[in-house]
Design a binder for this molecule. Structure first.
Ligand code: C5P
Length: 285
């Protein structure tokens, strides 16, 4: 095979329950992932020179060994003693450090792409073990599933059978949020904890948008709002403009607005100021 071009999609978290801090420093999560149509385009080209080379058109994405896609390639190259090199080209559409797991998705695309290009014969379970060494969000993207339940660090994936196609307006303020900082500032409330995943799942299975809107939740929201109190007004504005429900994705700052239809999404998008925000109409992929 000459080269491989793939779409590397973003994710949203419809629910993010943080259960406890673990001895390894990570937090135990229960989350519902949704794969969405906003995607980077990646091209993997075998390269005789033996090195791993990353190119990306986004100025804030490192093009060296700090890049998660580079790390994914290095992991497989070392483990399987692959002599040939690889050129990884990333056209970035997913905002960086925005709660959308763009870098994790790129890493998963490299694992799956090199599995094919280098004929490694790894199955999903084996790929997951490499994904877990790269980051908590990487494993979800290895599954060909629009929705999935994530437990553990978010890296234990159970695909969900829901056939629902959701529409969203995704608003990403032009500020970065650092996942580690958000988790560090979290003060866990361990009493009377609701199981927000099980509240949401029946609505997801039946495609009940109003029910889903009421069930969106993110335990990291108090921390995100303490770091950026102005995001409270962003959520408010989305609701006032007609969003059915709103919620932060991951550790923010992206806010997902759940809407009834594509038409509804397009009309809502028109009401948002693009100077301060990146605004996308996206659907379940
Ligand atoms: O796994 P990933 O590299 O995406 O995580 C970034 C940081 O977010 C971790 O170093 C950790 O501080 C925090 N985190 C956490 N619990 C999780 C996932 C991430 O505390 N389940």
């Amino acid at each position: 095979m000459d080269r491989l071009t793939v779409l590397s999609p973003a994710k949203l978290n419809l629910v993010l329950d943080v259960l406890e801090k673990r001895p390894d420093g990570f937090h135990e999560l229960r989350t519902v992932f949704e794969r969405i149509s906003l995607a980077d385009r990646m091209t993997l080209t075998p390269y005789a020179g033996g090195q791993i080379r990353v190119r990306c058109d986004h100025p804030q994405v490192p093009q060296d060994s700090r890049n998660l896609a580079f790390k994914a390639a290095a992991l497989l190259k070392e483990n399987f003693h692959v002599k040939s090199g690889i050129d990884i080209n990333i056209i970035k559409n997913i905002p960086v450090a925005a709660g959308l797991a763009g870098g994790s998705s790129n890493a998963a695309s490299v694992l799956m792409g090199l599995n094919r290009l280098w004929s490694l014969g790894l199955d999903t379970k084996q790929l997951v073990r490499y994904a877990q060494r790269l980051g908590s969000d990487v494993a979800f993207f290895l599954y060909n599933s629009s929705f999935a339940l994530g437990t553990g660090r978010g890296d234990l994936i159970e695909p969900l059978k829901a056939r629902t196609k959701l529409w969203h307006v995704l608003v990403t303020p032009r500020v970065k949020m650092y996942t580690a900082e958000v988790f560090t500032r979290l003060k866990l409330k361990l009493t009377n904890k609701k199981d927000n995943v099980n509240i949401l799942l029946p609505f997801l299975r039946t495609g009940d948008i109003k029910g889903l809107a009421g069930a969106l939740s993110n335990d990291l929201e108090p921390v995100i709002l303490s770091l950026r109190p102005e995001f409270f007004y962003l959520k408010r504005k989305l609701l006032d403009a007609g969003a059915t429900g709103v919620c932060f994705s991951g550790s923010g700052p992206s806010v997902l607005a759940l809407v009834q239809s594509q038409k509804h999404a397009l009309s809502l998008r028109g009401k948002f100021d693009r100077r301060y925000n990146q605004v996308f109409v996206v659907s379940t992929l």
